[in-house]
Design a protein around this ligand. Structure first.
Ligand SMILES: [Zn+2]
Length: 190
């Protein structure tokens, strides 16, 4: 039996919203996903880019950078900076944005994930900046398990290496830092 094919270019094989909800049942799973995406080569300080870091006991900033002597979290220096929203909402917003051909409107995002429209608008600004300019997505993509599945643990080392290499080509330094414009050149050299 062959599976039916949807017509034309509109057909996109990928994970469904239902599957996404199952993959991200809690904040921890969302945080893990962001850490894998932002730090494909290991944890990295959002202030200075150093990998000389360790875990800390700070409530909101779980890591410590030994080089610039600052606390940081997955939010530091990324599109998640200063957000008070649950990271799960960000995962869903990113999914909705990247799976939509023309991008999602702030009105729709506001309704779909239950945030104020103004908040949705700000989220989309950041997501567009991070994902459309320098992120791993070229416009609408097949959002499959390699992006949202958190399946890296099940991969062979070779697969993992290849994925990291591919991602790394499209990122610079620490990860998906907020834009290349207003912050460029401000990173300390050490
Ligand atoms: Zn640092």
């Amino acid at each position: 039996m062959t599976s039916p094919k949807a017509p034309g270019k509109a057909f996109r094989k990928g994970i469904t919203l239902m599957e996404l909800a199952e993959m991200f049942p809690d904040e921890e799973s969302a945080q893990r996903w962001f850490e894998e995406r932002f730090w494909p080569n290991g944890r990295c300080c959002g202030h200075c880019g150093s990998t000389n870091t360790k875990e800390a006991s700070h409530a909101k900033m779980p890591y410590w950078c030994t080089d610039c002597r600052s606390y940081f979290s997955i939010k530091t220096g990324t599109l998640l900076e200063y957000t008070q929203l649950p990271l799960r909402k960000w995962v869903f917003a990113i999914y909705l944005h990247v799976t939509s051909l023309k991008g999602i409107s702030s009105m729709k995002l506001h309704r779909d994930i239950g945030v104020a429209q103004k908040t949705a608008w700000h989220m989309l600004q950041r997501i567009r900046k991070a994902f459309d300019d320098s992120g791993p997505f070229d416009g609408p993509v097949d959002v499959d398990e390699s992006y949202f599945g958190g399946k890296r643990a099940n991969m062979s080392n070779a697969q993992r290496k290849e994925q990291t290499r591919t991602r790394h080509r499209r990122q610079d330094g620490c990860g998906w830092h907020q834009g290349s414009g207003h912050q460029s050149g401000t990173r300390p050299s050490r």
